[in-house]
Design a protein around this ligand. Structure first.
Ligand code: 13P
Length: 338
């Protein structure tokens, strides 16, 4: 498959991406919230339960894995990437080494992981990965994000993306403007505009073929502590407008992060965006919490009740699959709950 074909399959209409690439530290927080011990076995069991569910075949085009997970063998036989491929989804891998304090502006971060990346990419390709992820993080504050943060993160994202395409994989380019803070929706719009512009400047300098990329952006949304109550229509309108103005039309797929929105908000907002999508971008989800929150709770209740965990995950994946086509509705959520 060409890089463009891979990107199209990851974001195919009715499908999206499962972000199951929580680092060992992040999954520790998730497991603590459900009182489950953070062991390698428990991490494997939770994830293989999701990867072997019905929803994988119908609603998931790709799965982002963490270094530990892509090397694991499931308890049911195949390796994790084999299990994902068997269900007709593409295995992917998070390759950044995390957001570290930015020298000169230590309250902000720059994402690290370029050293030795070429060698690691080769290994991941051999393990079955066909796409990758690198996440840059920007916070909104009085003086933030600084131009230093915007420039250094864009430069790293572009060098990463160029190396990934050299290794014949599709880079997910993830510049995440965080929801934290009391800023209004227009501030999010303005910051996201600046961030996207700088990213696409750098991607051009580094000769990245945009057809073989997927953008993973935040939606344009008010800060989580804001009094501003935007509705889904306004969020959708401003998000699509921002993407149309700042993302080159060659980009194949746009797969949003959920970023702390509730599962229902994340589905509803994606649905509204697709209802008015008049672009050629394949617009879908690349959710972590937005796909796994209820399934994780079910896992906390009974780790051996595979049915309940899969039921929760299947439902969320189906709802988001519908949202990727603008066909989701609140009633479908209610029917499932009844
Ligand atoms: P959330 O959907 O939970 O924000 O996670 C997506 C992700 O992969 C962030 O990098």
């Amino acid at each position: 498959m060409t890089l463009e074909e891979i990107a199209k399959k990851m974001c195919a209409k009715g499908k999206g991406i499962l972000a199951a690439d929580e680092s060992t530290g992040t999954i520790a927080k998730r497991f603590k919230s459900i009182n489950v011990e953070n062991t390698e076995k428990n991490r494997l069991v939770f994830r293989q339960t999701l990867f072997s569910s019905e929803a994988m075949k119908n609603y998931i085009g790709g799965v982002i894995l963490f270094d530990e997970t892509i090397k694991q063998k499931t308890t049911i036989g195949p390796t994790v990437p084999e299990l994902i491929s068997k269900n007709n989804a593409i295995p992917g891998i998070k390759v950044d080494k995390g957001a570290k304090p930015l020298a000169g502006s230590p309250d902000e971060t720059v994402t690290e992981g370029l050293d030795g990346l070429r060698e690691r990419l080769k290994e991941y390709y051999e393990l079955g990965a066909r796409f990758t992820k690198w996440r840059a993080v920007y916070k909104i504050g009085n003086k933030f994000p600084s131009s230093q943060s915007i420039k250094s993160n864009a430069h790293a994202l572009a060098r990463y993306a160029a190396l990934v395409q050299e290794a014949k994989m599709v880079p997910i380019v993830e510049p995440e403007v965080l929801m934290d803070g009391s800023h209004d929706i227009d501030k999010c719009y303005q910051v996201t505009t600046n961030v996207l512009n700088e990213c696409y400047n750098e991607l051009a300098i580094h000769k990245v073929d945009l057809k073989g990329t997927v953008l993973k952006p935040n939606m344009i949304i008010p800060g989580s502590d804001s009094k501003d109550k935007s509705n889904a229509e306004e969020i959708a309108k401003k998000t699509l407008d921002c993407l149309k103005k700042n993302v080159p039309s060659e980009v194949t797929g746009i797969a949003f992060l959920s970023g702390g929105q509730s599962e229902i908000e994340a589905s509803k907002n994606l649905n509204e965006i697709n209802k008015i999508n008049d672009t050629n971008f394949l617009i879908t989800f690349s959710y972590g919490r937005g796909l796994q929150a209820t399934a994780l709770k079910a896992f906390g209740k009974d780790q051996n009740n595979q049915n309940n965990i899969q039921k929760a995950f299947d439902h969320r994946a189906k709802m988001n699959g519908l949202s990727s086509k603008g066909k989701w509705s609140e009633n479908l959520e209610k029917e499932a709950a009844a």
